[in-house]
Design a binder for this molecule. Structure first.
Ligand code: ATP
Length: 253
């Protein structure tokens, strides 16, 4: 790590960038993953780099859907592992969910690297290598998955996902929960529950919620989902971005 002083106003952002670059050299993050991170950072700026009310509401609904699921699965890609690997393992544990490494830019070597990395953080029985099923409608490598994981899941948490894959999962009849800082992405618009928040904030928030909500009754959890409207959440995220952009527009040197 280069010596970024902790007093630097963008310390966290700079350290996170260095972490991703290091993870790319370790064969966990892809080169394209660095570009996706840059897009995420831009949207994080626009939502104020905080968990807004619309994100907190979606996080609650996401936890409710995962707790109600018969077969919840958490899908992990390189960026998700690098940014929130340990926290995703903890969340999956609280939900009784399987984890599956599923990559857009799939190579078997990178799948193995990510599985080994997650195991080093305490993850167990992580799916990913030797896929034995296919998501219909996607060309070969992007559709590969596991029959015990994503393929047979009823509810999937797919952070930082690609739009085509999110659509294909919806077509299979799954409840799709995503974490995506861009409320305009195809994934954000396709998912049933879109958490417009940084994965580094969203996953620990969800784990804290899960610890409390696992004591709720199924009826209480269903009620949260009944009252949840993803369209309203996405509109609130866009309104927030609009407000922040207007405030910046009024700013003078
Ligand atoms: P889509 O195919 O859904 O339209 P895309 O092509 O813009 O999306 P991808 O590169 O496939 O995007 O996926 C990355 C998504 O993850 C982007 O929307 C980006 O804003 C978001 N993202 C990147 N970093 C983070 C992060 N740390 N937390 C949450 N979301 C992030």
């Amino acid at each position: 790590m280069t010596g970024i002083p902790e007093s630097h106003p963008r310390y966290l952002s700079l350290v996170t960038r260095e972490r991703l670059v290091e993870m790319m050299h370790r064969g966990i993050v892809s080169e394209a993953g660095l570009i996706a991170h840059g897009r995420g950072e831009a949207f994080d700026y626009l939502i104020g780099e905080r968990t807004n009310d619309f994100a907190a509401e979606a996080e609650r609904a996401g936890v409710a859907a995962l707790l109600l699921a018969e077969k919840p699965v958490v899908s992990v890609n390189g960026n998700a592992a690098a940014l929130a690997g340990k926290e995703l393992i903890d969340l999956a544990g609280l939900m009784g969910a399987r984890m599956e490494v599923n990559l857009f830019h799939r190579t078997e070597e990178r799948v193995d690297n990510i599985v080994r990395y997650l195991e080093s953080l305490g993850g167990r029985e992580i799916l990913g290598p030797e896929p034995n099923a296919k998501i219909p409608g996607l060309e070969h490598a992007r559709g590969l998955c596991h029959s015990d994981g994503i393929y047979s899941a009823d509810v999937v948490l797919v952070p930082l996902e690609d739009g085509d894959r999110a659509k294909a999962l919806k077509k299979m009849g799954k409840t799709v929960i995503t974490i995506d800082l861009n409320p305009l992405s195809r994934t954000a618009k396709t998912a049933d529950i879109t958490i417009v928040d940084n994965i580094t904030r969203a996953v620990p928030n969800m784990a804290k919620l899960a610890e409390k909500m696992c004591r709720s009754s199924a009826d209480e959890l269903r009620d949260i989902l009944k009252r949840y409207d993803n369209g309203t959440v996405l509109r609130s995220a866009l309104a927030c971005i609009g407000r922040n952009a207007r405030i910046s527009g009024e700013w003078r040197m």
